[in-house]
Design a protein around this ligand. Structure first.
Ligand SMILES: NC(=O)c1ccc[n+]([C@@H]2O[C@H](COP(=O)([O-])OP(=O)(O)OC[C@H]3O[C@@H](n4cnc5c(N)ncnc54)[C@H](OP(=O)(O)O)[C@@H]3O)[C@@H](O)[C@H]2O)c1
Length: 333
């Protein structure tokens, strides 16, 4: 049986600007039959990450470059349709870096079988890169202790909403910064944050001072730029500043000026460190088990924003940069 896969190819490098529809090209590609040890897979869901824009631009130095004509790189969940002696059996659901293709032939070397009692999509959200990024960034870099105030930017997003809840599990006070009153309401009423700051309402620095009167012990920054600068103004002595992402600059051509308030790191004997979550990949299975336990015990809630239709993959990616996503951005195919 001949399978024709629909695939989104990279067609432009969106450097110094937002993502355009013309940065992608939809094609149909005839797949070869699975060889010995290979499987035919059908993609069921795709997961979206802000980092994909960096991969498209070809500037992310921690992964292989992407070239025009490559199948767009991304994570996905697939069902095994046929196995020619492959690692997985017909009917299994597997996840990994599948790319934007609705079918693929693979030996499954980079894929993992889904074994969770949660919904299968959890492996792309709370148990996926999102969850482990929140866990590793907070606990391995931020090192919170009970009683600390943890301030999170991009707090209503997939990663940020999990960071706040993990901080609460660790006995900390969690304060989140997000765009808009509805996201702030959700942070406090559903995601367990103690307080929320709407950066779109202005005077972020004053709002941080109001909600973190004793200073901030751990900053978990997903945004960078002016918000990072405002957060640095309110650090406590010995603070740990975790740089997870800098989405405020992902659509601009140049790097922002260095934060004016960086010298507070000296006055407050604080430290600032970035991280790439992949460095802890060998620990992911154990961390996923821990996160799953928190969800099962009712201590960790997660939200998924599921769009529909393979043809909508580019539009779905763009939602991360307009803030339209509510939780982990996914696409069901
Ligand atoms: N270091 C690592 O290893 C690692 C791994 C994974 C992810 N990350 C980073 O983690 C961050 C969060 O990723 P995610 O997948 O969880 O995405 P997400 O937070 O679910 O979605 C992105 C959110 O960013 C906010 N945003 C977009 N443009 C903005 C701007 N100009 N200024 C301020 N906020 C803006 C929007 O929320 P608002 O409506 O609140 O503005 C949007 O909902 C990203 O920066 C990503 O690159 C890092």
């Amino acid at each position: 049986m001949t399978i024709v896969a629909r695939q989104w190819l990279l067609n432009g490098h969106p450097r110094g600007r937002g993502i355009l529809d013309s940065d992608f090209k939809l094609v149909e590609t005839e797949l070869r039959d699975p060889g010995p040890g290979e499987m035919l897979l059908k993609t069921r869901w795709l997961g979206f990450d802000p980092a994909q824009k960096g991969w498209m631009e070809n500037i992310a130095d921690y992964v292989a470059p992407m070239a025009i004509g490559d199948v767009m790189r991304g994570s996905g969940i697939c069902e095994v349709l046929e196995s020619n002696g492959g690692r997985f059996s017909k009917g299994d659901l597997v996840f990994g870096t599948t790319g934007w293709t609705d079918h693929l032939v693979s030996d499954g070397a980079e894929l993992t079988r889904i074994e969770t009692d949660l919904s299968p999509t959890a492996v792309l959200s709370v148990l996926g890169t999102t969850g482990v990024t929140a866990y590793c960034g907070l606990f391995k870099v931020g090192k919170p202790v009970a009683g600390d105030t943890v301030l999170v930017s991009g707090a209503a997003g997939a990663t940020g909403s999990i960071v706040g809840q993990l901080a609460k599990i660790a006995g900390c006070r969690a304060v989140g910064i997000a765009g808009g009153a509805d996201k702030c309401k959700w942070l406090v009423e559903e995601a367990g944050y103690d307080a929320a700051i709407d950066y779109k309402a202005g005077d972020v620095r004053r709002q941080i001072k109001e909600h973190c009167p004793n200073g901030v012990d751990v900053i978990f920054d997903n945004v960078g730029g002016a918000i990072l600068n405002d957060m640095l103004a309110q650090i406590a002595t010995g603070a740990r500043v975790v740089i997870c992402g800098g989405i405020s600059r992902y659509e601009t051509g140049s790097l922002p000026a260095g934060p004016q308030n960086y010298f507070n790191l000296v006055f407050r004997r604080a430290s600032m460190a970035g991280f790439i979550v992949l460095d802890w990949a060998p620990e992911f299975p154990a961390i996923r088990k821990r996160l799953e336990g928190f969800v099962r015990d009712g201590h960790l809630a997660y939200r998924e924003d599921i769009q529909h239709g393979f043809e909508n993959a580019p539009t779905t990616l763009k939602r991360l940069f307009t803030g339209d996503n509510r939780g982990k951005q996914l696409l069901q195919i």
